[in-house]
Design a protein around this ligand. Structure first.
Ligand code: ZN
Length: 398
């Protein structure tokens, strides 16, 4: 039985002068609306201990438009979407999934979302609201159905992209009697419960080295100098290159994990710890981890796999997977350790991945004992395959 899922297709496009102007205006207006309501929501909460939700902000938007008539010059849909975007940022913060929302800056990457009513899709051409000409898109691959929404992005290096959301039918993958646990390491290395480790592609590591050099070079340039602007553009270009290379790598990795295994287990990421990581390398691995987890989450949902996350405070590295003996401490630098109880040599990451998998299986079985009884992991998986409603409760482990 197929599922209808939302898939994103991203393309580069080259706006005409007049289109650039309209987009600039749109980014400016959506940024203003976002920041205005972020400020309002924060203040109301601080001063009155009350929270404003999406519907409230939507009502206030009308009066904001009356006071600032220039807001009416762009598609109203984009302004509404900016409020939705802000609302999602707050929801994610309250769920402890991300940091408190930040103000949007002109200097950073800009984006605006268009819903069905604010663009025309005809003869493989897309024309945005307030524009006369269709966008000049470099079509690199095809999609079947009509787009339901799209997002326009202008990156820091002044390149433009369009991300098109299309609803597509997806068939679940065939049942596979295989399970895997993964341990997320520093700088894009993951080790799985089969002892296999996957490292960053070499090209990406090279670029990361270059990034460190360019960042240093930027910090040496005089403030507001032409050279500084140039250095910043160069840095932005490299950041974008790294991001795309990493996404490509993580897409392949997550697809491989989902394709080959019926059950995938990982640790839940701890945002509090992640925020403490101020180092460049560490902050970059944070981004990759988050991204990988997101990919695993939705791909498992698409292809009817079970993706389960266990608690971060579970001592996966310190516990011997063979006998269950728990060490009092284990320094980060120790990559291999001898179990004092059963004398087996444990490879740190592989041992952690095995523990994560075992813990996940115990928790999955426990969770469904009430409804499905004391069944094996595989018959549990088959039940989920046949009854997708039950599976939807299982991905996050909460
Ligand atoms: Zn042991």
């Amino acid at each position: 039985m197929f599922q209808l899922v939302e898939k994103a297709y991203k393309y580069r496009f080259y706006p005409l002068k007049q289109q650039k102007e309209i987009l600039e205006k749109t980014f400016g207006c959506t940024r203003m609306v976002y920041n205005h309501f972020l400020d309002l929501r924060s203040k109301t909460y601080k001063e009155e201990k009350k929270s404003i939700n999406y519907n409230d902000t939507s009502k206030f938007l009308t009066s904001l438009k009356t006071k600032n008539p220039w807001l009416k010059e762009i598609s109203s849909v984009c302004l509404q979407q900016s409020l939705r975007h802000l609302d999602r940022a707050f929801i994610s913060f309250f769920k402890k999934k991300s940091k408190y929302p930040n103000f949007k800056k002109k200097r950073n990457r800009q984006s605006a979302k268009y819903m069905k009513t604010s663009f025309i899709y005809e003869n493989d051409k897309i024309t945005l609201a307030k524009m006369k000409e269709p966008l000049n898109i470099r079509w690199s691959r095809k999609f079947k159905d009509a787009p339901t929404s799209l997002t326009i992005t202008k990156e820091n290096d002044d390149t433009y992209y369009i991300s098109i959301i299309v609803k597509e039918k997806i068939e679940p993958l065939d049942f596979k009697k295989k399970k895997i646990g993964i341990d997320l390491g520093i700088i894009d290395t993951i080790t799985d419960s089969n002892g296999k480790s996957t490292k960053n592609p070499k090209l990406l590591n090279k670029a990361l080295k270059k990034l460190r050099l360019r960042q240093k070079s930027l910090s040496r340039k005089l403030k507001k100098s032409k050279n500084r602007i140039k250095a910043r553009k160069k840095l932005a270009k490299l950041h974008l290159y790294i991001k795309n290379k990493r996404l490509d790598f993580l897409h392949k990795l997550s697809w491989q994990l989902v394709n080959e295994n019926q059950v995938i287990a990982a640790e839940r990421l701890n945002i509090k710890n992640m925020l403490k990581n101020r180092h460049l390398a560490a902050s970059i691995s944070d981004v990759s981890w988050k991204q990988l987890i997101t990919f695993l989450e939705y791909k498992s949902k698409w292809y009817k796999r079970i993706f389960f996350q266990v608690d971060t405070f579970f001592p996966s590295s310190k516990t011997c997977n063979s006998c269950g003996h728990k060490l009092a401490t284990l320094a980060l630098s120790v990559r291999k350790w001898n179990c004092p109880n059963c004398h087996i040599v444990n490879n740190r990451d592989e041992n952690a991945a095995k523990n994560v998998l075992d813990k996940a299986i115990t928790e999955i079985k426990e969770k469904y004992r009430g409804t499905l009884g004391n069944v094996s992991l595989w018959s549990l998986c088959k039940t989920f395959l046949e009854d997708p409603k039950k599976a939807t409760n299982c991905e996050s482990g909460t």
